[in-house]
Design a binder for this molecule. Structure first.
Ligand code: 13P
Length: 253
């Protein structure tokens, strides 16, 4: 089965509305003839409707960086999946390590958020990854197994038809330290076989597994060339359209 690569930019807490619109428009123009992959950008909640409007009719998809799992209610400061969808987003990043680290996200809340995304028709980009301490203690697979098993517990094949997994080793995020080709290959293979074990081969074959963590124009080709890597989740290097397009075009000669 062929999987269309997804190159996603997580803009984190960067850019005001006007700045996000400017970069999004620049990127949309640069992506006009990208045919072989999907490109998604995830600006802040505030910029979502502005960016969605600005890139309408282009090849860019828009995603949120998070969502809250309740439909609506007295949850001051939160944003629901319906609101995100109505703002023009198609994807939602869920369980990013920064949310786990700074905002107490757990595998349980990740699971509820995936459920909210699925019920609303948003495509979930579920983030997983081990810390340096866990890697050094040889617990990488144990940690990933738990994050995937608990995060996806109770879902059926149909619920997960649009699932995207993003493997982001915490020690490689924003540090300039990229995981080696061997490390990424080993983990992505493991994750695909885990999906097969937990669900079935159809889901394992169709699910895109992205790599994230210091992806740059200089290393994108090597990382994206790995058999079980189906795209990238890019932080810092996605903030500038000129740099991001060089990652998106990793396979151009
Ligand atoms: P960097 O590309 O800045 O390391 O960030 C990766 C990331 O966290 C994307 O979600």
């Amino acid at each position: 089965m062929s999987r269309t690569p997804l190159i996603a930019g997580n803009w984190k807490m960067y850019k005001t509305g006007p700045q996000a619109v400017e970069t999004a428009k620049e990127l949309a123009a640069l992506c006009s003839d990208v045919q072989d992959k999907e490109v998604m950008i995830a600006p802040t909640y505030l910029s979502l409707p502005l960016v969605s409007q600005a890139v309408k009719g282009s090849r860019l998809y828009v995603g949120a960086q998070n969502l809250y799992f309740e439909k609506e209610g007295a949850y001051t400061g939160e944003v629901s999946a319906d609101m995100i969808k109505a703002a023009g987003a198609e994807y939602a990043i869920i369980g990013h390590s920064e949310r786990r680290q700074f905002f107490s996200e757990t595998d349980e809340s990740v699971s509820k958020k995936i459920n909210a995304a699925v019920q609303t028709g948003l495509k979930p980009v579920m983030c997983i990854g081990e810390t340096l301490e866990e890697r050094e203690a040889k617990k990488t697979f144990l940690v990933l197994d738990k994050q995937v098993s608990d995060g996806l517990k109770g879902f059926g094949l149909d619920d997960l038809k649009d699932l995207v997994l993003a493997y982001e080793p915490v020690w490689a995020i924003g540090t300039g330290k990229t995981a080696s080709v061997e490390q990424v290959e080993e983990v992505h293979q493991y994750l695909r076989s885990l999906l097969e074990k937990l669900f079935e081969s159809k889901l394992a074959n169709q699910t895109r597994i992205l790599y994230g963590g210091s992806v740059k124009p200089e290393n994108a080709k090597d990382l994206m060339g790995i058999a079980d890597v189906d795209g990238a989740l890019v932080g810092g290097a996605s903030l500038d359209a000129g740099s991001f397009i060089n990652i998106i075009n990793y396979n151009a000669v």
